[in-house]
Ligand binder design. Structure first.
Ligand code: SF4
Ligand code: FES
Length: 239
């Protein structure tokens, strides 16, 4: 393959009457990623193309996009794996307001994340040295802690698509990360949040978040763990 077509969602609310796609012919290089293809277009054909990226190594989460029908990190997915015929189609994360081209408004993503208090809470007097934790207890949140907050699960969740007050899989994943942490003492505070009207009981176990997650995490499992605890809390079976 010498070249391929990159079909890119375009929309500049200040100029465009309608959202549309533009197709560019891009020279192919073995191992080329979709992010590299977007950068080639930006540098050689159209410097007005807007998209987010930073680390280029699947760590920062900023390049999450909808690539040929799947949630992907543009810096990780190779062109050869995203081809449909001779074309790769790139769209912004669905169900999020488009600011420009592939850049979406992440306000609600971050607001909901902050609502679960995603930090260690421990009001007991600090020990002389660090708060210690056994390897077995540390392993309890091995999966959750790999979340890079790319927003793919938030974008893919039908419960959130019609109601962005729903905390969303990304926030609940982080709520569970601290809920199972043996050093954290805010179980009750977090259960109040996740058992609220916009918390875990809005999850209908559809598993879109599991399918969408480019880090192969399981936010549904994290939500089920919180749901069990929230149910016991609501029934007065735990304090
Ligand atoms: S759980 Fe996965 S899809 Fe959701 S924000 Fe974290 S890394 Fe992205
Ligand atoms: S650029 Fe950081 S995850 Fe892709």
């Amino acid at each position: 393959m010498k070249e391929f077509k990159l079909r890119v969602f375009r929309y500049d609310p200040e100029k465009d009457a309608q959202q549309h796609y533009e197709t560019y012919t891009v020279p192919y290089r073995e191992g080329m990623t979709v992010l590299e293809a977007l950068l080639w277009v930006f540098e050689n054909l159209d410097g007005s193309l807007a998209f987010r990226y930073s680390c280029r190594e699947a760590i920062c989460g900023s390049c999450a996009m909808y690539v040929s029908g799947s949630y992907r990190l543009a810096c990780r997915v190779q062109v050869k794996d995203a081809l449909e015929g001779d074309t790769v189609t790139v769209s912004p994360l669905p169900h999020m307001r488009v600011i420009k081209d592939l850049v979406v408004d992440q306000t609600k993503l971050w607001e909901n994340y902050a609502r679960v208090k995603p930090w260690l809470i421990n009001d007991e007097p600090p020990p002389e040295r660090e708060r210690r934790q056994s390897p077995a207890d540390r392993a309890k949140y091995n999966k959750e802690i790999d979340c890079i907050l790319c927003g793919s699960c938030f974008s893919s969740c039908p419960s959130g698509a019609n109601n962005d007050e729903y905390l969303g899989p990304h926030a609940l994943n982080w709520a569970n990360r601290f809920f199972v942490d043996t050093r954290d003492t805010a179980d009750r505070e977090r259960l109040e949040i996740v058992a609220s009207e916009y918390g875990v009981f809005r999850c209908h176990t559809i598993f879109n978040c599991v399918e969408a997650c480019p880090k192969h995490l399981n936010p549904t499992e994290a939500i089920q763990n919180l749901k069990k605890a929230a149910m016991a809390y609501k029934l007065g079976l735990r304090k």
